[in-house]
Design a protein around this ligand. Structure first.
Ligand SMILES: [Ca+2]
Length: 120
């Protein structure tokens, strides 16, 4: 692989919500040779991953983007898929274990006590 041909234009990803560009990050190991693994980042559609993004994503090699040192380009077309499956978190609200009671007589008593304390 001619690693100088690696960049953001090499692949695009088609998912349930459309076609997405990627960001080229690195190649392992560095320098020309074979085999090489190129790493790209796909940002979450809409800024974060949520259940609306669930589904199958297809990685598509773009024509005339990556080649070997002899000038042979990788053929365009689908080169892999991955699945996104996000389950939303749940929040459970349980009843309190004790149910406080309210007495108007008790409230008056407390209020009167405070008045007596502050006026004295
Ligand atoms: Ca390229």
């Amino acid at each position: 692989m001619d690693v100088a041909t690696l960049d953001d234009a090499d692949v695009s990803i088609v998912g349930p919500g459309g076609t997405y560009a990627v960001t080229y990050l690195r190649v392992d190991p560095s320098g020309n040779g074979t085999p090489r693994t190129a790493v790209y980042r796909l940002n979450a559609p809409g800024g974060f991953w949520d259940p609306a993004d669930n589904g199958t994503y297809t990685v598509n090699m773009q024509a005339s983007e990556v080649r070997d040192p002899s000038g042979n380009y990788v053929a365009a077309g689908a080169i892999g898929t991955f699945t996104v499956s996000i389950t939303p978190p749940t929040l459970a609200i349980t009843s309190p274990t004790s149910n406080p009671t309210y007495s108007t007589a008790a409230a008056r008593s407390v209020w009167a006590g405070r008045r007596a304390t502050t006026s004295g």
